[in-house]
Ligand binder design. Structure first.
Ligand SMILES: Cc1cc2nc3c(=O)[nH]c(=O)nc-3n(C[C@H](O)[C@H](O)[C@H](O)COP(=O)(O)O)c2cc1C
Length: 307
């Protein structure tokens, strides 16, 4: 069976995954933490936590709240910063078979370009995922992703700063996600990942205060899957670059829905918080499905629901 997918067909360096199952940024640390728990080298790719030019402390606690069928988070891109990532994480990744994609973020367009430039020739990094979709920071992040023009400007800046494959991650908190997708594809994105979290909040009726320290957060998990699926279906019909589906994927059936909607790969996020080996279970479930249905190549399934 062939499960391999190429996520950057137009890029000289390419981004070839042995299979289409990735982990979603912010839910799988730097991958390193999970090595003890299962064979992470079997995954298609690992996307690490959002990385900024300087270390960030993130938002006040509490930063996670469970909801019916999902979680709200307002981490606020707490991270170690690009220099520590290069010094401490990349040398470990360089010895891995599984490709690592670094999710990058910033408050200004220049921040994105600086991080991209720093990571360009670093061994152990196979691609960048540009996070223009984080709802939990006061400047930058999703501000850039809600509008096609600013989304394209960030994409162009990152494209110029690196020869690495560039994935751009979209926010659902916008009026027209298809217009944003088309704009970033035209601006040179090698692939598009979607979706990041949906804006939300919760109130503790005992304290009569918002639950999250940041008041607002981003909703993820099974609750958002139908929304994500529809957006993936729409975007895959509108752009020529590979699309990566994300949002509420908990098992192989969920992942197969995204693939049939047109996603070349999928990301498993919140499901990692309840079962650290969720992504591997998704992969093994896809393999079983292909065996049962006598499908020899994952390409036969990508976008099949659209035909
Ligand atoms: C705790 C937490 C932290 C996250 N951090 C990031 C991040 O740093 N960068 C990013 O692009 N997305 C981040 N996300 C969004 C996920 O990568 C994913 O897009 C979203 O949660 C939807 O997928 P899911 O329902 O499978 O979790 C985070 C999500 C959670 C739950």
């Amino acid at each position: 069976m062939n499960l391999s997918v190429q996520l950057a067909p137009e890029n000289a360096r390419g981004l070839l995954l042995a299979n289409p199952v990735m982990t979603a940024s912010g839910t799988f640390g730097y991958g390193i933490e999970y090595q003890e728990l299962f064979d992470i080298q079997r995954l298609g790719a690992i996307v690490c936590k959002g990385t900024t030019p300087e270390p960030w402390e993130g938002n006040p606690q509490p930063r996670i709240a469970e909801t019916a069928s999902g979680v709200l988070n307002s981490i606020g891109l707490q991270n170690i910063g690009v220099d520590t990532l290069i010094a401490e994480k990349a040398p470990i990744w360089a010895g891995w078979r599984v490709p690592v994609v670094v999710n990058i973020a910033g408050e200004t367009i220049d921040d994105y370009a600086r991080v991209a430039e720093r990571l360009d020739k670093v061994a152990g990094i196979s691609g960048l995922e540009v996070n223009i979709s984080c709802p939990n920071i006061s400047a930058g992040g999703a501000e850039f992703g809600v509008n096609p023009d600013t989304a394209a400007t960030v994409t162009t800046a990152v494209r110029k700063a690196t020869s690495l494959p560039v994935l751009v991650k979209l926010t659902p908190n916008t009026g027209d996600i298809v217009a944003v997708a088309v704009a970033v594809a035209d601006a040179g994105a090698d692939a598009i990942s979607l979706i990041n979290t949906l804006k939300g909040m919760a109130i503790d009726i005992r304290t009569q205060r918002p639950v999250l320290g940041n008041i607002y957060g981003g909703l993820s998990g099974p609750a958002i899957k139908p929304v994500a699926l529809q957006m993936v279906y729409q975007v895959a019909g509108a752009v020529d670059v590979p699309v990566i589906g994300c949002g509420g994927i908990t098992n192989a059936d969920d992942a197969l829905e995204f693939i049939m909607a047109g996603a070349s790969a999928v990301q498993v996020g919140t499901a990692n918080l309840t079962s650290p080996r969720a992504a591997l279970d998704v992969l093994e479930g896809i393999e079983r499905f292909m065996q049962d249905e006598a499908i020899g190549d994952i390409a036969e399934l990508i976008g099949v629901a659209r035909e």
